[in-house]
Design a binder for this molecule. Sequence first.
Ligand SMILES: [Zn+2]
Length: 331
Amino acid sequence: MPFSEVLDQPSATDYLKKSVLGRVPQALLFCGPSGVGKKKAALEFAKALNCLDPVARQNGDACGLCAHCKAIDNGTYPDVVVADFLYQARLELKKDPGDKGYEDELEKELAKQQRIKVDTIRDITAKSQQKSAVNGWKVFIVDEAQSMQTEAANALLKFIEEPPQKTVWVLLTDKKASMLKTILSRCQPLQFAPLPQETVQQLLAQTNPDVADPALAAKYAQGSLTRAQRAAEALEILQAAPQGPAWPAAAAAALPRTMTAARQDAQAVLDVVTLAVHRVWRQAQNEAERKACQQALKKLENYKIAVARNVSPALTVETALMGLDKLHIQI
Ligand SMILES: [Zn+2]
C-alpha cells in the first residue's frame, strides 16, 4: 500500500489516512526537514483521495497500481499539481519541451529559482478554479512554501480559505517560522520527523545506487535523504586524496566545473567537515582542544557565508581544509 512507502512518519500518515476516510481539511501544512518524505506523503495523499481500487480506499489508502495512481506517479493526472521550483522554471522558460536544447535551458532556469513567485501562484490558483477533469479530488501541492514572495502568499490566501468543493491545498515547508501568520492560521499543520539513520541509508542506496558508501553518507545526513545525497557528493570530493598536505588542494580541484554546482558542493563539503569537527569537539580531552574546535567551527560558519556570497568555492574549500590540519578530524 503506498502510504507504507512513506517511511517512518507514522503519525503523519495515520492522520492522512483518517482524513481520507473522514473529513479532508481544505489546507494542510507539512512541516519538517527537507528529504524526510513530505512531498512523497503529499502525492500518496493525492493518490488515496483519487484511487480507483475500492479495497484500498476502504483503508484510506491507495493501490498504487490503478490508472489514477499511475497518472499521479507520472505527473500526468490533471487534477494534481505540484508547484515546485521545477514547475516554476518550466513556466518561466515559456518553451515547448520538444524544442531543441530544452532540457539544458530548463536546468539553467531551475538553478536560478529561489522564491515561489506570484505568477506561479496565480497559475495554480487559476487551475484550482477550473472544473475537475475526472470529477475526483483536486490536490495542489506548493513546495518550499516558506519561499513564497509576500505577494505570492497573499495571492494564495483566499484560495486556501475558501477552496471549491473537493479541493485540497498541501503546503510543504522546512522553515515554518518564516511563513506568514495569515497562511499558518489557515492550514492544519502536520509534523514530519527526521528519519532514522538506517532508513536514510536504505533510501540513499535505492535512489542513488552509484554512491560508494551509503552508510557513511547517512551518518552525515541528520535524518534527511536530501542531506545524505549532498553528503555523498561531498564525501567523494573529500576522498579525492588522503588527508595530509595534498588534501586541501585535491579536494578543491575535485569540485564540479560549473559555478552553481561547485557552490552547492562546497557548501556540502563544509557541512560534512563541520559535523566531523563537532565529533572531535564532543570527544575532546582538554580545554585547549575544545577551544581549537570552537574556533574552527566559527571559521567554518564564515566560510559557508563566503561561498553563499560568491567567493570562489575552490579557494574557500582549500583554505577551510588547510585550517583543520591540527584537529585530526576523521571523515
Ligand atoms: Zn489506485
